[in-house]
Design a protein around this ligand. Sequence first.
Ligand code: LIP
Length: 252
Amino acid sequence: MDYNEVLKLVKETKSIIFNRDSFDVNLKGKLDFVTNIDIAVSNYLKTELKKLAPNVEFFCEEEKGALSDNCWILDPIDGTTNLVYDYRMSAVSLAHYKNGEVLFGAVYNPFTDEMFSAIKGEGAWYNCEQKISVSKREMKDALIEFGINCVHKETADKNFQIAKEIFKNCVDIRRVSSAALDLCYISIGRLDGYFENILKPWDIAAGSLILTEAGGVITDYEGNAVNLSEPTSVIAGNCKVHPKLKEIVNKY
Ligand code: LIP
């Protein structure tokens, strides 16, 4: 598989994402948006990837399907709510999953023209030219990403209790609302940790490889490897911050 060709395809989605002429927003459920741009990016990448790798299946947001042993895991727009509000913090997230592990991951933010990528065993890269790694900051010096799914308002009390205790134990918290970018920002040292209780496999598949190739740690709230076949909780960070986040999250 020539992953350089895949990276080119991911970057080519920029023109689709920037074309808001006939922008159309629909609801999959309460506060759960899907736009014509999500669909257009998904259709483009599925068509082009099929030409490149006919035998690789798809496990995508916006479609029914399941994790298979050789598949692309695709979130065409991670940060769809941000896209709806033109908040300009969204990313295309694409992973190649084979024989039980992620072999390739790419997360591309077209608004900043930033590509984060990794091939298993070959490190994590920024714009395909700068090797990246997580920070060495401790919790007291950390910037922590607070994830909360706006669809699940019933989780607000517990999540904000957790965020409050984390806020009191670090420098500050942030809320990007794109799990894929959150994981990449930890990988390059812009963030030091992240937690969120309900994430889909396509939100995290690519970012999880980029993070581990950058020297970071990602587990579910119980400390187990994240399961990419179903929704999961996530705690991510550098090796000093991850255990501190896990300790606080599991007090609630
Ligand atoms: C988003 C995640 C984000 C979460 C949002 C949403 P989507 O994915 O990346 O971390 O807080 O609620 O789930 O739906 O934009 O692909």
